[in-house]
Ligand binder design. Structure first.
Ligand SMILES: *Cc1c(COP(=O)(O)O)cnc(C)c1O
Length: 400
């Protein structure tokens, strides 16, 4: 409850204190929601307006705000980032047996909808600085695939933990073979890449998430963005059960109930103005960890190439057991004993039982990022005292 904070002066907002006695909440969460102060009024406003469903002014205003923040001409608000990915795969025409390429180091949702559509995922290394998809490796693999006569239907790079991938180089490699790029920017709202452009620019489609653990939240939600108005319109139609524009219910295909409700869009409208502050705070948390831990042997923080500015959604570091004196799990357990939540970096998807059959070409370095990687508490409401506590516990694990 300590971390679910409002801005100073705003009223208490949730019935948490005492509402769930005995609820075993760890004291320090990895990435809890951070309220901006206007949420209560926004939610009551939604109720008072009578617009609750995924229609009306709030979703439209939320979409305009996302478009303005990200610099895309339009946005589609969805029930989740995963739903936005699903819609993207549909409008890109992914079919059973098609290959969908992604870096191995990512969240399962990057490829899950495509796999459910019958596509075959192929996993690649995440060896670029910032632990994202390596464009050189991708170009090489695309050349081999062209020779095999089996190019991917789509390539899906990921902005890892908010760190933008090298999208210009990735799209250049894909353009050569006419392969579209879908950027999983789910965690990268507020991050910028080459030329100061917002994350996701240059891809045919990009996706953002407003899940409860992301930098700003609608409790659950997502967005699909594109410079291609026709693609976005096709996705919008599918998100609304693929209704044809006639008075009765007419369907030439089947769609989904993926539109974001007015209630949640209102929550998002109250959250979005805080984004620049949330980016600054998460970056400050990262810098505090780097300043407090970077001198220890065997500790390596995720890199931020000079052409990018990460929102530092999650602060993640590698712990090399030979140099640090303790492995990633020992650090995690040490934090847990101090009631501090941390989490191993993504387990690469080619190592997941669900994808045992999936073709892959993944470096040992990519697997190492999981073996040694740990995400530290990164919430934008994390106090300096709590950051100090995390640093102290981690330092205590070194050569313990
Ligand atoms: C959060 C996240 C998603 C999924 O977003 P949801 O809104 O939770 O469905 C997908 N990919 C990445 C990389 C994410 O971090």
């Amino acid at each position: 409850m300590r971390q679910l904070q409002t801005e100073p002066g705003s009223p208490a907002i949730l019935p948490f204190p005492g509402a769930f006695p005995g609820w075993p909440r760890p004291l320090l969460h990895l990435s809890p929601p951070h309220l901006a102060g206007g949420e209560r009024a926004a939610l009551l406003g939604a109720l008072d307006s009578g617009w609750l469903a995924p229609a009306g002014p709030a979703p439209a205003a939320f979409e305009s705000a996302i478009a303005a923040i990200t610099g895309f001409p339009g946005a589609l608000a969805t029930t989740s980032g995963t739903a936005a990915l699903h819609l993207a795969y549909r409008v890109l025409g992914v079919e059973r047996g098609d290959e969908v390429w992604a870096p191995a180091l990512t969240f399962v949702a990057t490829v899950a909808p495509a796999v459910q559509m019958g596509a075959v995922p192929r996993f690649l290394s995440a060896d670029a600085p910032g632990w994202t998809l390596d464009p050189g490796h991708l170009a090489e693999e695309l050349g081999l695939a062209a020779r095999r006569g089996r190019l991917p239907r789509v390539v899906v790079p990921v902005d890892l933990y908010g760190q933008p991938c090298d999208l210009d180089a990735i799209t250049a490699a894909c353009d050569r073979w006419g392969v579209p790029v879908l950027c999983d920017s789910a965690a990268a709202l507020g991050s910028t890449q080459r030329g100061g452009r917002h994350a996701g620019h240059g891809a045919r489609l990009a996706v953002f998430s407003f899940n409860g653990n992301k930098i700003v939240t609608t409790a659950g939600g997502g967005a699909l963005v594109s410079a291609d108005a026709a693609l976005l319109a096709a996705a919008r139609k599918l998100a609304g059960q693929a209704r044809e524009a006639v008075p009765h219910y007419e369907h030439e295909t089947t769609g989904y109930a993926y539109g974001l409700s007015s209630v949640l869009a209102s929550l998002g409208l109250a959250q979005l103005p805080a984004l620049p502050d949330r980016v600054a705070r998460r970056r400050a948390v990262f810098e505090a960890y780097r300043a407090g831990l970077g001198d220890l042997p065997g500790v390596e923080f995720i890199a931020e190439p000079g052409w990018s500015r990460s929102n530092r959604w999650l602060s993640v570091a590698l712990f090399d057991p030979r140099l640090f004196g303790a492995d990633r799990d020992a650090v995690r357990r040490g934090l847990e004993a101090a009631a501090i939540e941390s989490r191993p970096a993504w387990k690469p998807l080619h190592l997941q039982p669900a994808f045992r059959q999936a073709p892959h070409r993944v470096s040992a370095r990519t697997a190492l990022l999981f073996e040694q990687g740990l995400c530290l508490p990164s919430g934008s409401a994390l106090s300096e005292a709590d950051q100090g506590r995390v640093i102290e516990v981690v330092r205590g694990c070194a050569r313990a």
